[in-house]
Structures are given as C-alpha cells and as structure tokens.
Design a protein around this ligand. Sequence first.
Ligand code: ISL
Length: 598
Amino acid sequence: MKIRLIALATLGGLLCVPGCRDRSGSVVNEPAKQAAVSEGASMGGNARKWWKEAIVYQIYPRSFQDSDGDGIGDLKGITSKLDYLKSLGIDVIWLNPIYSSPNDDNGYDISDYRGIMKEFGTMQDFDELLKGMHDRNLKLVMDLVVNHSSDEHEWFKQSRSSRDNPYRDYYHWWPAEKGKPTPRRSFFDVNGDAWKFDELTKSYYLHYFSQKQPDLNWENPRLREEIFAMMRFWFDKGVDGFRMDVIPFISKDTTFPEMPAQYKGDWGRFYANGPHVHKYLQEMNKEALSKYDVMTVAEGAGVTTADALDYVDADRNELNMLYHFEGVSLGYLPDSLKIPDPKGYSLVEFKNIYSKWDSVFADKGWGTIYLGNHDQPRMVTRWGNDAPQWRELSSKMLTTFLFTMRATPYYYAGDELGMNNIKFDNIEDYRDIESINWYQQIKNKGGDLRQFLAAQKIAARDNGRTPFQWDASANAGFSAGTPWLKVNPNYTTVNVAAEDTDANSCLNYFRKIVKLRKDNPVLVYGKYTLLDQDNPDVYAYTRELDGRRILVLLNFKNKAASLKTGLDLSKGKVLFGNYPTAPQNGKLQPYEAAIYEF
Ligand code: ISL
C-alpha cells in the first residue's frame, strides 16, 4: 500500500514555536510534524476520496472579472485571475452556469447545453480556461441545470409547436380539455403559479421556476439519454464534476395529484424525492458518472436528514455529496418570502442543525458545509456582523467554522475578502428575477412592500452577486464598463489589492486556514463532538482522529462570552485564531475564533 507523508500545521511555512504569533498576529502552532497516512486507509469509518479532502471555491462568472468592458464578467476574465485563485490554496472551482442562455435567471435557463453564453465568451475561451486550471492543478466543476431548460431551447420550441411533435414529451404538458391542472406552486412566478397556458396548442406547461424555465420530463427515456450524452460531452473535455441544480426535483408523478396540505409553505419538500429520482440518478451514474473520476454534488433542495443518504450513500451508486437548506433557512419567518425574524436566529438551533447533519454522514456518505453562495446573501451580513468594527472579526470566525467541520467546504468567492451585503434601498437596483417578481407579487396583493424591501437588504440574492472587489480603482477593477449590478461602495478598502499586503486581512486569514485544513486530516475526517450544547453564544466542538484531538471555539456574539467545555484551555496547544492571543480560560472575546490541540 502506498504511504503518503502529510505535514501538519506548517501554516505558510512559517517557523514558529508553539503559541507564537505569525506576521498577522494570529497564533500558530509548531510546524512540520509529520504523520503517515496510508492512501487507501479508512479515516474514522470514511474511505478517503480526493473530493472529501478538497476545498471548493464557487465563482459567479457574471460578477468575477470582465475582460471586454461590457460590464459582465466572462471566461477570459476568470482565466486572467487563475494565479490569484491558485494563491488561495483551494482545489476545485465550481462555476455557475456558463451555457447559452437568454438570462431570465442568469444562466439557470439554458438554451443550448453545449454552447457558451455569448456574454461569457466562446468555446475556445472555455478550453483555455480549463487548460489554465489543469495546468495549475485546479479542478473545474460545472453547473448541471436539467430540471428545466430555457423556453428558448430548441427542444422547447419544437415541443411547443404542436401536440404531435416528437419533442412534445420532453416537457410536461396538460391539455386544456382536461380542465385546469392540479395547482403547483412556482418559486419565481409573479402569481406563484407553476402552470402556464400556451395558446398555440391549448395546453398548460409546468415551470417550477420562471415561465421561461419549463420543467423537463425525465420520465421520457429519450430526454434522459440526451442529458447523459451531454454530460459525457463535458467530461470528455476534461471537466471534473457537476453541481446539480435542484436535482431532487427531476422526477414527477405525472398524474399530478393534489399536493398534501402538510407541504403548504414548504412545497420544495413535496417536489423533492419524486417517484423515480433514485432510478434516474443510478442510470446517470451508470451512463455517465461511473465512466470518469469526477465529483458530484446535489443542490439538496427539499431533502431532509431522513432521505439525504439515499442520494449519497456510496453503495447506492448515485451522487457523492449534497448540500442542504436547513442551515441557511434558519431565522426567516415561516411561510414568508425570506423575511428575517426580528428576534434574529438562535445559535442553539444553528448548532443543532449542523450537528444533526454531521451525524447523518458519520458512517456513510459525506457532507458539505457552506454559509454563502449565489442564492444567499453575504455570509458575514447574515450570520456574522457587518458593522465596521465587527465585519473582519466575524467574517474570520465564520470562515473558521467552515474549515473545521467534517464536510467538504463550499466557499463563495468574495467571502475571503469579508465582502458584505450591498443593501439596496430601491427595487430598481435589483437585477434578480426572484426579488423583482416577489416584489410584484406582493404589490399585486397589496402587501407590505416596505417590510419586503427591508427584508431584502438582509436576504436578497443580489447581495451575494455584486461584482468581485479586486482593487480601489473604478468599479473595483471588475470592469472598464458599467457593471451589470452595482459595486459595493466599500470596495475602496475591501479588496484583494489592499488585503493581499495586509498580513492581518480576511484574505490572508483565509489562506492560512485553508492550509491548516489541508495539512491536518483530523480537520477533514475527524469525529465531530458538540460541546456546551445549550450555550446561546458559543459554538464549541472537538474533532478527533488517530489520537489527535482538536478543539474549536467560536463566539457568535458581539460581546464577551463564557463557555464550559470541561477542558483546561491553558493545557491546550493553540493552533490558530482570529485574535493575537487565544484564551487560556473559559472566556472568549467578541466574535473570537480559537483552535487548540489537546
Ligand atoms: O430552497 C428552495 C427549495 O427548497 C429554493 O430556494 C430553490 O431550491 C432554489 O432557489 C433553487 O436554486 C437553484 O435553481 C434556481 C436558480 O435560480 C438558483 O440560482 C439555483 O441555485 C432555478 O434554476
């Protein structure tokens, strides 16, 4: 068996005695302890896999770097930043959809699965980007959006043209002579209706998202074959995996029965886990995934802890990972369009959710961890505190959480800089179909628009989509033209150029903790145990593997907080933290993060 040497806690190669401070003032551990870990070994019951040890960094291409001055990020822009991406220490880049699209939902409405969106460039640009990544040992994960296509996809144009067109059954149609179809809720529709009447063939088509995103009919084997062939097309180009958009929704009961009352307000749970979803994923695995060394992650919309393993248990030959919504849904009022609870969120509930999800994958499958993505506001605003005195500290604290859990981290571009919500005042500033259509929906019903706009400052997706902040020049160095979405005015200080040279910045904290995780398999595979469960302010846990025990302490509040871990902190060896020195007693400073070894 091949033996690999893993260096522990070298932290940027700095030589430093235990407990000393590095240039940033963060506390670091002694370097270069070495542990032998055999390649095929089982880690705490978990078979080692590259995608379990990987750090995934998500790029929203529209907002990352514009190379041609049209105000929209593009592929050449990403290619020009590959050295920056490499400098982060990450392994895998997930790109949101880059396929041809009329952009009703920023690329989640695909009109050609084998073409590149014209605003983003050409297939040659794509090939160069992929080569540039592979040359730097970075992997590329693409977005697979196959619950629905664009209504401008050739399949839908054909399907819509007549009832006996060969593509008719590529989508879900309901003939009007059968009466109105059973109601289905749409996530984006202004009227909330997922059925749209089409005059030409006097039938309704199904769209769980916008009217321009008709749902594909997976019950049709021809459609499935087309999709698997398309996946192989991208794998043959060298793509390293897929993130699968709302994949739990693909299978529908085509008799369209009434939706049981229990799903009111949470219809995503009804849409998930349709009658044949696992049969189709096993088929996908056999026809495409199993032929390549690739990783897959399901957007686990509607999936609960009770059914998660069905998607990712390796013995079932479906997918590798999924990401759940339970964590990021916390703190919104029930049955609301993401209206934050004025009481804020409960850290005890937060801890219980992430602990429960850890236990799901303790023996089988594998978890993911994230606090931000293109569908979420900025993590520091939502889960930390973006007031000037706390933004950096709380951002580092949240980053510490993401890199010390037993799950593959999915980290959203810009969070490493501590980027925060832009908080638009006016609906005219929003570009996202979700915000715009929800606003219209509330307006039509005579609802409370002021409450909605106030809530959107916390919850809107566009907060996470503002242009990436490269430097203090015009438009944050993102574009020479007018950006498609406004740049956060704090770009003059929150940007890569400024943070790169500041040893104490969020960016350099990120780079160090990435390295800490990569150098310490205990942070990847180690058993997770929650401590001080009912503490309302502090999240504390241990990670254990092969005789090593790591303690992580995170204060989620803007005041000092005490804790009871049962461990004598003065006996622990400090590995890392976001204050110059780590506590030796049971008291943490505001938003403090500290990592020890016992
Ligand atoms: O949580 C949800 C259901 O339980 C919904 O938020 C929904 O699953 C989610 O919005 C789906 O997101 C994905 O598909 C959308 C697209 O707009 C998002 O950007 C994408 O991530 C439609 O393709």
